[in-house]
Design a protein around this ligand. Structure first.
Ligand code: SF4
Ligand code: SF4
Length: 286
């Protein structure tokens, strides 16, 4: 059994489930036929949590483990209907030739082919490995930054079946939070575009980390020309990025309007507050 097999050029990441399944298969073979010789060629054995017991059990039953390196991967050569595996063992630092009845490869788990196109369609982020990326690994593992879309299972990253089931139940619970309500209440801190100031430069469309602003032709922009930005309030996360970036100053963040920020500051200094500008910048307030 050869671990960590991936197509040439494929990204190098751990598929998490392969080592455990290899060990379970090896143990099963030994249970069926204790004389059967099982050799596992590996780079690193990764058996999460209590699955470490499979490794101990496999060794106890006589499964042989040989470690190879990225620089010297095993080579499988057909020879008159048999397979010969050439490998250099890292511990013994010497080459071996193994004649095998069966060679079992643990291939890396890759994202589904449609993942990238679906991500483009729904404007969802992908991890460097090409799987869907959650909003926050610990706090919101079944959410996307985009509200109302949830993920679970292997679309997220390689998972064991019990992990996928738990994740699916959690995602269903999150979806039910939306579906079970007649009315959805969203936060009050959302960005609003003034179409009469918008020049349709697309800066907000490009800079919003959640992909929310769109240009709508039914909203005339500056000078009455067709097309200005629109921000859907139920989707806006209120991060303020577009507000800061808009070159036409056409976006305001409700509850943090320019007038709400600037006037108290100016009023404070204009009325001769005891606070210096430096104290203010360090967080002191009247
Ligand atoms: S950045 Fe400002 S001016 Fe440019 S499209 Fe967005 S709202 Fe309009
Ligand atoms: S406030 Fe943040 S989330 Fe809302 S549209 Fe602007 S950049 Fe996007």
């Amino acid at each position: 059994m050869i671990q960590c097999v991936r197509p040439p050029g494929a990204p190098d990441y751990c598929s998490r489930t392969c080592c455990t399944n290899t060990l379970k298969n090896a143990i099963r073979l030994k249970m069926l036929n204790p004389q059967c010789q099982v050799i596992v060629l590996y780079k690193n054995i990764v058996t999460y949590g209590f699955r470490e017991q499979f490794y101990t059990e496999a060794r106890r039953r006589g499964v042989i483990f040989m470690r190879y390196t990225e620089e010297q991967p095993p080579r499988v050569v057909p020879d008159n209907g048999r397979l010969r595996v050439h490998v250099t063992d890292l511990s013994l630092k010497r080459p071996f030739e193994l004649v095998a009845d069966r060679v079992v490869l643990s291939m890396s788990i890759a994202p589904a082919e449609e993942t990238a196109s679906l991500a483009r369609l729904l404007q969802l982020p992908l991890s460097p490995e090409g799987f869907f990326m959650e909003a926050h690994l610990k706090m919101r593992p079944m959410d996307f930054m985009q509200e109302g879309v949830f993920l679970c299972g292997m679309a997220h990253y390689p998972k064991f079946i019990e992990e996928s089931i738990s994740h699916a139940l959690a995602a269903a619970g999150r979806a039910l939070q939306v579906l079970s309500r007649e009315t959805l209440h969203v936060g009050g801190v959302v960005a609003v575009v003034d179409p009469e100031q918008c020049v349709g430069c697309l800066t907000c469309v490009r800079t919003c980390p959640f992909g929310i602003p769109t240009i709508r032709n039914d909203r005339p922009g500056v000078g009455g020309l067709g097309g200005s930005a629109y921000i859907e309030p139920s989707l806006c996360q209120g991060c303020g990025t577009c507000t800061a970036e808009c070159p036409a100053n056409a976006i305001q963040l409700l509850n943090y309007l320019d007038v709400q920020i600037v006037q108290p500051v100016q009023g404070d200094w204009a009325h001769g507050s005891h606070l210096t500008r430096r104290q203010w910048s360090l967080g002191a307030r009247p």
